[in-house]
Design a protein around this ligand. Structure first.
Ligand code: AKB
Length: 317
């Protein structure tokens, strides 16, 4: 990777991926793009930035030529719950952005990283230790767009040699930019509310197990995959990756080690609950482990310790 374009640099992952990549590849080699949501000041000040609409292929192409881009991190997506409120918009944004990235990288013979998700699985998928290769019949528009994106990535690799790679991310927990419109968002909000009010009302029920990962592992996994020796990759689009699986009761118990009086209540959101029920309880990520050495560093306890420290410091400012 020489010159990198990050689409969606103002989002939950993008706002942390840009500084992470700039540290590795150099500030002027990582171009942050955004559309309606403004970039963090730190990102604006530490390297090049471009305002553009990722569904506009001409503006993406212009940025690729201007900065001699060879790799795109495609982080633009309408997430699962928001997608159900506006399926047409979700399909358009998720698919057109992915398609534009692949088309442009076909011309410049470059690489594309596109995250897929646990949302690519559906109710007929085996839910425990979900295998790398299995039934994928998602029932959300987000999941359908993620499966289509995985297949498109494989197609552009096989037909045109585009170096398309991807990961099936679980819920990502972080403390810089809040997620928005996802089903797993509760696992971020719970830390903020625990610190602010010592209580939280979960919109997913007790016993709803989902895969999760802390942001430092998510960032490292993306770079490790993109740097992996292509000769070792049997799967490219996309790898199951996970770091932990928990339900609301388990995250509450982890928080109580630091905030003993923390109270968890429930008010189930039927849309989010139905989505979560259709997703795996836990994924088998052994293909990622064996093909490019994936290994998470954070588990529920070490992540909770770090989240409590970082979010407390942030809320004090
Ligand atoms: C969502 O909940 O929609 C996302 C995801 C798991 O892809 N966080």
């Amino acid at each position: 990777m020489k010159n990198i374009l990050v689409l969606g640099a103002a989002g939950q992952i993008g706002s942390e991926l840009v500084p992470y990549l700039r540290k590795i590849y150099g500030e002027n080699h990582v171009i942050a793009t955004f559309n309606r949501t403004p970039l963090l000041q730190e990102i604006k000040e530490s390297g090049p930035a471009v305002q553009m609409d990722a569904i506009n292929k001409d503006s993406m192409y212009e940025a690729v030529k201007k900065y001699d881009i060879d790799t795109i991190f495609n982080l633009v997506a309408v997430l699962s719950a928001k997608g159900e409120a506006n399926p047409t918009l979700s399909w358009r944004i998720n698919m057109e952005t992915t398609f534009n990235c692949l088309e442009i990288m076909k011309d410049v013979r470059g690489a594309v990283f596109t995250p897929s998700s646990i949302g690519a699985f559906g109710p007929s998928t085996p839910q425990d230790q979900t295998p790398q290769d299995t039934i994928m019949r998602p029932t959300t528009i987000y999941g359908i767009s993620k499966v289509a994106g995985e297949l498109l990535g494989d197609y552009y690799y096989l037909k045109y040699g585009v170096d398309a790679r991807g990961l099936r991310y679980p819920g990502i927990i972080s403390n810089v930019t809040l997620p928005g419109g996802g089903t797993t968002d509760y696992a971020v909000e719970i830390y903020y509310e625990a610190i602010k009010t010592k209580s939280y009302t979960s919109n997913l029920s007790a016993g709803t197990f989902l895969d999760m990962m802390y942001m430092p592992d998510a960032l490292r996994s993306a770079v490790e995959l993109m740097e992996a020796d292509p000769a070792k990759l049997v799967h490219r689009n996309c790898f199951n990756v996970t770091a932990m699986s928990f339900d609301p009761e388990m995250i509450a118990a982890a928080i109580r080690k630091y905030i003993p009086e923390f109270r968890l209540d429930y008010k189930v959101d039927p849309v989010k609950q139905a989505i979560a029920d259709s997703w795996p309880n836990s994924m088998d990520d052994s293909a990622a482990r064996s093909e490019w050495g994936w290994k998470p560093e954070f588990d529920l306890d070490s992540m909770t310790k770090d989240m409590i420290e970082k979010v407390s410091a942030k809320l004090k400012k």
